[in-house]
Design a protein around this ligand. Sequence first.
Ligand code: F6R
Length: 364
Amino acid sequence: EKGNHRHFMQKEIYEQPIVVAQTLKSYLRPLEQKVALPQMDFSFADVPRITIVACGTSFYAGMVAKYWLEQFARVPVELDIASEFRYRHPVLEKGGMALFISQSGETADTLAALRHARAEGQKIAVVVNVPTSSMAREADLLLPTHAGPEIGVASTKAFTCQLAVLAALAAKVARDKGVMSEEEEREIVEHLTEAPACMNAALAYDEEIERMAPVVAAARDVLYLGRGPDYPMAMEGALKLKEISYIHAEGYAAGEMKHGPIALIDEHVPVIVIAPSGPLFEKTVSNMQEVQARGGKVVLISDAEGLAQASEGTIATIEMPKVHPLIAPLVYAVPVQLLAYHVAVVKGTDVDQPRNLAKSVTVE
Ligand code: F6R
């Protein structure tokens, strides 16, 4: 039931701090400050390469995981959309692990990709929200998300729970590979433990986001920009907006703008910039200023420190709590979901059952 929420999507956005905490509970041992994964019959220490395969929003979770796994665990990661992976004759290294991410565990292309990877001798790890699903049954290593049933067709809480599991996985792989110290593991556990509270703090900006929604709702095209692990968040923000509000939106790597997409910019195009303060902030801001110089209407999503430095000339800002870069994707998911939600409400579209979309895509 929706309780006092107007739509399931809104309810599911609001559930995120609780379900992410629930999910983390089975992957973290806060007392020992360690990451703990289910029993497995192989060791990450022996895995030379990880291939991540998924579709849609789950693919964007995989994209974030690639940044994390490469940064923390120093393991090479290949990333593919399932429908491409299946038919491109991927080269799969012996002893490799393939990781499939799926809310439903039934997506036809992802399931077929899983079977292909198994036939090619890969260890199969699965991040899935439905524990009885086909993918869950076919996994060597089952990593469940505990988001609970997701009714809204546009994925929200399943996505952030996927991120929580993937962050824990990256830390575990890093430990097993001997490239992360106990101290660093402790820090990661600490930051992840803080994530639900930070997501709660992000939810507090709901009304502010609602107030700016009409500007975005009036647009024909919207761009989202981000860098590093916030680049997939730009893609996810754009996907959410197009799915439920039917406004054309694209997510780009901020640094890629000047290589083409900047030609789209004029005073009619809102540009949502996802830029937590941190090592990549200045770079993203300089891309943002290139957009502003061409009349683009920038909405900057950052923390107080970032906004103090860069909000000049923006049409609106969304303030997030100051968070560690590791958990930024989990926290910044909230404002992009809320923005898509409120824009759809302004437009009067069917938020929970958008046209042409199904919750589980079991045809290829
Ligand atoms: C977007 C969305 C879809 C799914 C995709 C994969 O909001 O929900 O893009 O993420 O269809 O579905 P699963 O995760 O069930 O494999």
